[in-house]
Design a protein around this ligand. Sequence first.
Ligand code: NAD
Length: 270
Amino acid sequence: MELAGKNVVVTGAGGGIGSALVARFHAEGARVVGSDLASNIAVVEANAARMNLARSSSAAAIAADVTTERGNQALVAAAEEAFGPIDLFFANAGVAVGRGLETPESEWETAFNVNVHAHRWAAKYLVPGWIARGEGYFCSTASAAGLLSQIGSAPYALTKHAAVAFAEWLSITHGDAGLRVSCLCPQGVNTAMLRGGDEPGAGPGSSVVRAAGRVLEPEEVAEVVVASIRAEAFLILPHPEVLTYLQRKTGDYDRWLAGMRKLQARMLAP
Ligand SMILES: NC(=O)c1ccc[n+]([C@@H]2O[C@H](COP(=O)([O-])OP(=O)(O)OC[C@H]3O[C@@H](n4cnc5c(N)ncnc54)[C@H](O)[C@@H]3O)[C@@H](O)[C@H]2O)c1
C-alpha cells in the first residue's frame, strides 16, 4: 500500500518506534493520528503541531489508554471524526513488565491488555468497516520475542507470541476480504523501553536484548516498515537475521531450546 493520502493511526506515538513511525508516515504524505496515554500526549501534540505547519490539517494527537476496550473504541471513533475512515491502524503501544513466575498478577494483566487485547479491541471496531469497504490495513508491533521467545521475561514472551498469533489469525480470517495485515518483529531498538529495562522487575533486561544483536535506531525501523507496507509483507523484520533464527528454531526445536539455555547462562553469568 502506498501511504500518500492515507489516514493512519499509530498508538504508542509518544516516543521511540511509534513517534518515528508517525514522522515517517507523514513524510510519505499520509494524514497521521498519533495516540498515547494522556500523561504522554504533550510530545505527540507538539509533533502534530510541527507537522501541521509543514502541511495543514495533516496531523492530530489523541490521548487514549489502550488497556480497555472502551479506550480503543473511543480512539477509533475520535480518529475517524478527525480525518474520516482509517486506512491503516498501527497497534504499536507496548509494555515490558514482569520476569518469572513471581510476576504479580497486576503486571500480567497490564502486559496482556496492552500487548494483546488492545490489538483485538481495536480490530473489533475497525474490521467491519474495512470489510464493508473491501480494504483496510492492520499493523501491529509484536517483537522478535514473539517468534523466538524472551530470555528473562515470561510476560513479554507470552504476550508477544499472542500478538503474532492474533495478526496471523486476522490475515487468515479476513485476508481474502481485502484486509491486509503486517506484524513488526524487531530485536533491539534504541528507545526508552530498551534503555529502562535493567531495573529489577522492569521486564526484559536491555543487556539481554543488546547481546542478541545490533540495536537499531527507531528511524531505521520506520524505514523498513514503510518498505514492507509498500510490499504488503506480513512479517516486518528490521533485523533480517531473525528469519534465519526462526528457521533454525522450527528446523530443530530441541537444539534451538538447548541453544537458548546456553545463551541465557552466558547472559546471567556475573
Ligand atoms: N525497543 C525495543 O527494543 C523493542 C523491540 C521489540 C519490540 N518492541 C515493541 O515496540 C513497541 C514500541 O515500544 P518502544 O520500544 O518504542 O518503547 P517506548 O516505551 O518508547 O514506547 C511505548 C509507548 O507505548 C505507550 N503506552 C504504554 N502503555 C500504554 C497504554 N496503556 N495506552 C496507550 N499507550 C501506552 C507508552 O506511553 C510509550 O509511549 C512496543 O510494542 C514494544 O514492545 C520494542
